[in-house]
Design a protein. Structure first.
Length: 115
């Protein structure tokens, strides 16, 4: 993250593009009609990309907040678990419109084994 030198003002999509380029793994943003009683955002990490699905039925400011929250998970995982394998279990489905099998989703019950 310290190597990022974004120019201001900075859009959420530009930030995601920059982080994806820096990491070598693109971040795809997917506006999705999520159930109102569920999460507002979901991060799905796959071998070739990270997908952030975020609530379609909310304000643009709230969507930006949701996306940045999920980006925080990406940044935190990269800085803490470099070289470690992540283990997550989830019964959640991959959002419609994405292809391939997720390598993992990041529910709140995600854990990283320490050795």
């Amino acid at each position: 993250m310290r190597r990022l030198a974004p120019s201001l003002p900075l859009s959420v999509t530009t930030l995601c593009d920059s982080i994806g380029e820096l990491r070598g793994t693109p971040i795809k943003l997917l506006e999705w009609d999520l159930p109102a009683d569920g999460p507002f955002g979901v991060l799905i990490s796959r071998h070739d990309e990270d997908v952030i699905a975020y609530q379609a039925k909310t304000t643009k400011a709230h969507q930006a907040h949701i996306i940045l929250h999920e980006v925080g998970h990406i940044v935190a995982y990269d800085s803490r678990a470099s070289g470690r394998r992540r283990r997550c279990s989830s019964g959640r489905a991959t959002p419609t419109g994405t292809s391939g099998t997720p390598r993992s989703s990041l529910p709140r019950s995600c854990s990283t084994p320490y050795r």
